[in-house]
Design a binder for this molecule. Structure first.
Ligand code: ADP
Ligand code: MG
Length: 370
């Protein structure tokens, strides 16, 4: 069959949601295009394989039964099977708190047997990009529970006027089977109830939530994540069994995050002292920032065929918008101490003249934050 005949059939099958037919017609389109338009053929193949993964997951967790908005028929939350990811890198204090929480959940039976209940709610707070959502995903994997995510920021704006009703649906759904319900961007709903901008609607929602949290079933965990803990009122704080503050990564954590991210067979191994230097220069960055920094570095190293260390310094200078004298001074001083880098190399890294580098090294720079 010619392409002209295949395409209308393909469109009809998509509109009918006849995925078997879509799949088989797409395979035929790929075969037609493979020689003349390999890029397009590849893209169609990608779409098929990605859709395959999503579809099977949806079937497995019964996402078809998940709640939808009655008018728009949009899904109100995202449902995923237990997510198997590495434990994020946190401070020892956070590790301890997370470990305790997991332990208490795992020992639920033991607790029940003596009339105690495991914790069912957890509040995670801290700046953006410190790994709150990542931790919730990790917990779904380790506790082997489906993860139901409700992004409150988008839910509130798109379901205006019906948020309370929709929220109730999601809560009921989460309670109906063992799972983790992640209320992400929680501050969007949990604004102080005496907030002037409060429209009554928010008040109702908070009340629904508080009421629900009061007798939340023990087989389900509610995790709320927020960047603005100060916006939550005390009634909400009180309702959570545990609260964990996740701070920005300290030097040790930055070293570990950078080391993990830089570990890649296609690149030369980066020395410990170099990672220590970069960790010192990235004070104030979040885990997400560090991951982004390394990702850009790898891209740069591949595209321009340069060494990872050179690429990383270039990205760091760009990323932090650092053409500041303080940054340069700190960088030169630390590079000299940790790595015994030559003036020539420092000049190349910072794109400065050797005499400028000598100036940076001579002057005692003030400690720069970040
Ligand atoms: N502590 C961490 N350890 C390892 N990776 C992290 C950490 N924090 C953030 N990341 C990386 O940044 C990404 C975004 O983090 P995320 O969990 O969405 O942050 P948050 O929810 O706190 O805003 C994660 O997917 C992960 O790749
Ligand atoms: Mg998040």
């Amino acid at each position: 069959m010619s392409l002209e005949k295949l395409v209308p059939k393909l469109i009809r099958a998509s509109l009918d949601e006849d995925y078997r037919e879509v799949r088989s017609l797409s395979m035929r389109v790929i075969r037609r295009l493979k020689e003349s338009h390999p890029k397009i053929a590849e893209e169609i193949a990608d779409a098929l394989s990605e859709h395959g993964i999503g579809a099977s997951t949806k079937r497995a967790v019964g996402i078809s039964d998940s709640p939808v908005d009655m008018e728009t028929l949009q899904s109100l939350c995202k449902v995923e099977e237990p997510i198997d990811i590495d434990y994020p890198i946190f401070s020892p204090r956070v590790n301890e708190l997370v470990k305790n929480f997991i332990r208490e959940r795992e020992e639920s039976k033991k607790l029940f047997s003596v009339g105690l209940t495991p914790p069912t709610s957890l509040l995670l707070y801290g700046q953006p990009g410190v790994g709150k959502t990542e931790l919730a995903k990790y917990l779904s994997g380790i506790l082997n529970l489906n993860l139901i995510t409700l992004d409150l920021a988008s839910a509130i704006s798109s379901y205006l006027g019906k948020t309370g009703q929709n929220l109730k649906k999601v809560l009921d759904y989460a309670k109906s089977s063992p799972s983790i319900l992640l209320l992400d961007e929680f501050d969007a709903v949990a604004k102080r109830r005496d907030d002037m901008s409060d429209l009554g609607e928010l008040k109702r929602i908070v009340n629904v939530l508080l009421k629900e949290l009061e007798d939340w079933p023990p087989n389900t965990v509610v995790i709320a994540a927020t960047n603005h803990p100060d916006l939550l009122d005390t009634a909400i704080w009180r309702r959570f069994d545990r609260a964990i503050e996740i701070g920005l990564p300290e030097q040790e954590e930055r070293i570990r995050i950078l080391t993990n991210q830089l570990e890649d067979k296609i690149f030369d191994k980066v020395s410990k002292s170099f990672v220590t230097l970069i960790a010192e220069m990235t004070k104030g960055l979040s885990g997400a920032d560090l991951c982004k920094l390394v990702e850009r570095t790898k891209r740069k190293a591949i595209i321009y065929d340069i060494n990872v260390m050179d690429a990383l310094i270039k990205e760091l200078v760009d990323f932090k918008g650092c053409d500041s004298v303080e940054f340069n001074k700190k960088f030169c001083r630390l590079a000299k101490t940790h790595m015994k880098v030559s003036i020539r190399k420092l000049a190349e890294w910072l794109d400065k003249s050797p005499s400028a580098i000598q100036y940076y090294l001579k002057e005692k720079g003030e400690e720069v934050n970040g």
